[in-house]
Write a protein that binds this ligand. Structure first.
Ligand code: ZN
Length: 587
């Protein structure tokens, strides 16, 4: 992980949770600016941590009463709230029904204490034999705060706060759609068991190795009490923004915490001494007929714990990709690191719905069960595949559509609520007896369109960047977007996802089949022969083919279809083995 390390003097790297640093004094409010670093619910609202442009981290808090919506009888709702004895305010509102697009009357319930929010939702959701219907009630509260306040993790902000640390104004001077932005230099402490990377649960044991700023120390584990002392000393001295571990979630942190209890020592894991951020216990779930184990999570308050062995996004896209998605999807970094790309894209869809005043139906089953986008790809059986005759082929060009399925959803306005609308029966989907709406822009296309555009911009920037570091940053950011785009298709057909609808999924593959057939005809008209196609790639053959002919074909198809097609490679010869889906590339 390559991160710029901030130099901090020991004076200003003390834990600062006791009192916020004063940057300037204006009308008795303290003002400052810096990056929004961490956030989590507390009893009176949200705790928000900032990394100022200079100096150590600052903890501020804001009064925040998160809301949900209820359809049902007023008397039933007020009976429920009075039995639960939860301070809450109830207001009559109008919100939009996702399926009809029409406003409906609802009650908005604001819960004064965010820590009781989930409990209230759980109880009211089952109140008097499900007499109440709840909406927009199961978005994680840090995420929800970002939606409500228009802020996002790693945003560059300006704030005003009281001397007691209560935020009075929070202004974002940043844009989650920006392709170039400054990030805080992060101080990283790495923590692992010395030696080779072997899952410590499988018996490997050794000394504890801590590294920061080019320093590495081995902490002796013969005497557990002094080991804990030494580690506490390092944590205080370094005051890291990020603790990066190997197997920290499943093994290392739980083991150290067990030691702490046994020896009655408390390590300063959290920057916030009051925080009790609960971890998530390990659990198993069923995904495509396989049992998948999700490891426990150890979250910290005011600093991030990232476990290199329990994060798909960090592994695939580096810190640059992870932080790009944290900004864009409004998800705290620690949670995002451990989640699937599907949860990230769904956060953007929930945000769009919430901003449009749409009631988000409550799916009591959480849709976080997808581990990787790979599983989603293998779940797809609907795309058109031209299977090649096995054998050796000469002069073959491979052409790839960029994010074909998401591009189809955006271009043809495919979204669960726009499919088979009452107003546009003639706007037909090929092959299927279905149609999409011309009048109402769908939620899913609204979300995908700017991501596709941003990814295309990042890819161009990557191509034109002159220094290697910038090229890598753009590449990791666009790769992160690629993953959420890939997953958006799987989620569209996933019935447990709030905006999932299998018919919308089928509409996408129907369009993709038609587009591939169109591409095949255009290739043939240009003197090529289509020998293989799978999902979003095609392989075409033409004797003595030249680069510029292939580029011209890509252009023709891109223009005709309206989705960019890029030349992936031209091969002098290529083998398609009899039993394999993918070709073996020649020189
Ligand atoms: Zn319509």
């Amino acid at each position: 992980m390559s991160v710029v390390r901030r130099r901090r003097t020991p004076e200003n790297s003390k834990p600062v949770s006791a009192r916020p640093r004063v940057l300037s004094l204006m009308a008795s409010l303290l003002t400052g600016r810096g990056w929004l670093f961490d956030l989590y619910p507390i009893r009176r609202g949200m705790q928000v941590w900032f990394l100022p442009e200079d100096g150590g981290p600052i903890a501020l808090w804001e009064r925040y009463a998160p809301s949900f919506y209820v359809r049902g009888r007023a008397a039933t709702l007020s009976r429920g709230l009075s039995v639960l004895r939860v301070p809450a305010t109830v207001t009559r509102k109008e919100r939009v029904d996702v399926w009809t697009g029409r406003p409906v009357p609802v009650f908005e319930v604001r819960v004064e204490d965010p820590l009781r929010y989930a409990g209230v939702v759980a109880r009211l959701g089952r109140w008097e034999d499900d007499a109440l219907e709840l909406f927009t009630c199961d978005i994680p509260l840090a995420q929800r705060y970002c939606y409500d306040r228009g802020v996002f993790p790693l945003a560059w902000c300006e704030w005003e706060a009281t001397a007691e640390g209560e935020l009075r104004t929070l202004t974002v001077r940043d844009d989650p759609w920006a392709v170039d932005y400054l990030l805080p230099p992060l101080r990283v402490l790495e923590l692992k068991v010395e030696g080779e990377l072997v899952n410590p649960r499988h018996g490997h044991r050794g000394r504890l190795e801590v590294s920061w700023d080019g320093t590495t120390r081995l902490l002796d584990s013969d005497d557990p009490a002094s080991l804990l002392e030494s580690l506490a000393g390092v944590l205080r001295q370094v005051d890291p923004d990020v603790i990066l571990t190997q197997w920290g979630d499943a093994w290392l942190l739980p083991s150290l915490r067990q030691l702490e209890r046994r020896h009655q020592v408390r390590l300063p894991w959290n920057r916030d001494p009051q925080a009790a951020i609960p971890g998530r216990r390990a659990h198993s779930y069923l995904s495509y007929g396989r049992i998948v184990r999700r490891e426990a999570s150890q979250f910290l308050a005011g600093r991030w714990h990232l476990d290199a062995q329990n994060t798909f996004l960090l592994t695939e896209t580096g810190l640059e990709g992870l932080l790009e998605l944290a900004r864009l999807c409004r998800m705290p970094v620690q949670q995002l690191a451990r989640t699937s790309t599907g949860t990230a894209i769904s956060s953007l869809q929930l945000l769009q719905a919430h901003q449009d005043g749409i009631l988000i139906p409550w799916h009591k089953q959480q849709p976080e069960q997808f581990k990787t986008a790979d599983e989603l790809l293998t779940a797809d059986k609907g795309g058109l595949v031209f299977v090649p005759e096995p054998g050796l082929y000469g002069d073959v060009a491979e052409l790839d559509f960029a994010s074909l399925y998401p591009a189809i959803m955006a271009k043809f306005n495919i979204s669960p609520e726009t499919l088979d609308c009452p107003c546009c029966p003639d706007h037909r989907v090929p092959e299927l007896g279905r149609h999409t709406c011309r009048n109402r822009r769908g939620l899913v296309p609204q979300v995908l369109e700017p991501i596709l555009a941003k990814r295309a911009r990042l890819k161009r920037l990557k191509q034109t960047a002159t220094d290697a570091q910038a090229r890598q940053t753009y590449d990791r950011r666009q790769t992160a977007l690629k993953w959420i785009l890939v997953t958006s298709f799987g989620y569209l057909g996933y019935k447990n996802f709030v905006f999932g609808r299998i018919e919308a999924h089928e509409a996408v593959t129907a369009y993709s089949r038609e587009l591939l057939l169109q591409a095949k005809e255009l290739a043939e008209a240009a003197g090529f022969r289509l020998i293989h196609a799978v999902v979003d790639s095609i392989w075409v053959h033409k004797p003595h083919v030249r680069e510029r002919e292939v580029a011209a074909l890509a252009d023709t198809i891109s223009h005709a279809i309206g989705i960019p097609l890029a030349v992936e490679g031209i091969y002098r010869w290529l083998i398609f083995p009899p039993s394999r889906m993918h070709p073996r590339l020649g020189v």
